[in-house]
Design a protein around this ligand. Sequence first.
Ligand code: NAD
Ligand code: IPM
Ligand code: MN
Length: 344
Amino acid sequence: MAKRVAIIPGDGIGKEVVAEAARVLDVVGGLELEHLPWGADYFLQTGITIPPDGYDTLRQFDAILVGALGDPRVPGNQHARDILLGTRFELDLYVNYRPVRLLDDRLCPLKNRTRADVNFVVFRENTEGVYVGIGGRFKPNTDDEVAVQEEVNTYKGVHRIVRHAFEFATARGLTRVCMADKSNAMTHGHALWQRVFGELKSQYPGVQATHMYIDALAMFLVQNPGQFEVIVTNNLFGDIITDIGGALQGGLGMAASGNLHPGRTSMFEPVHGSAPPLAGKNVANPIGAILSAALMLETLGRTEDAARVERAVERAVQAGEVTQDIGGSLGTTQAGDAIRKGLE
Ligand code: NAD
Ligand code: IPM
Ligand code: MN
């Protein structure tokens, strides 16, 4: 039976890049795609960010593909919080899987670095940290304002993401897992990360488990990214370093991600946002969205098709049949066509 995929194009360039990913999935076949209208336009028209039964609706699909959410007409972007972060939380998608792989040496912004130097994955904790939204403002909008934003770290939450990183490494024959935190300053929350990492690493003797403070890791991502195979970190740090990861691949338009709860409905999306200045101009790079669709195929067990899509993307990149952000001259749709051509 065909797997059912919910598509949420969302806002800005999200709509354009997801259209290209959906066309790729049409070529690959065997999926039933259903579009959901949620996003800024829908919110501005109806006042609804996500309907009350929205998360239950999503759970009934085999997977979810999202473009991007965020629109300057919605100050505070509550629709993005409800749709994107809400789905991560409500569906308990605790693994944010963000591979960082350079597809062509020419795209690397680092001097004398090649594809061999940029090939690692980041596992970002995706259901807690500062994203839980716990906190408040006391005496808001006065000179006495106090703003508190709590970071939540639970044993269960830290344990399951760190374990996932080790399991992934083991399954893929990788031997290096680096955990990054800020335990030198965040002495409570990140002491928990230290304890859990210490506990788990002894269970994976075949893996070289190292620790770095997140500031040092950010520096090494630029100076010597080749040392990393698997990185595991918290929600906020993972957000930040995967934008660096995007840059290492040639730009944010190249980066893909999956929000996973192994065995359950998972959500796939490019790492980039809605890029309002680029929206509606047919210039956005669709590769991040298309590679996210490939991650989705992989997770749905369609490993061969996922690899086929990745090869088609690689071919287009190496042939220079790409958008301007990575040195080509094609529009979004034409870049999508070039990838689909490689699939046929
Ligand atoms: P952004 O990722 O939208 O764009 C930053 C810059 O990166 C762009 O101006 C552009 O130069 C480049 N870029 C990004 N995607 C590209 C693509 N596909 N092709 C070519 N260039 C690309 O980040 P931002 O400007 O900080 O955020 C804009 C809005 O998107 C905000 O509302 C933000 O909250 C939201 N956002 C959403 C998601 C998501 O839905 N997952 C992710 C990040 C940001
Ligand atoms: C991402 C985005 C989101 C995040 C924003 C839009 C809330 O930057 O998916 O990387 O911070 O997780
Ligand atoms: Mn981000």
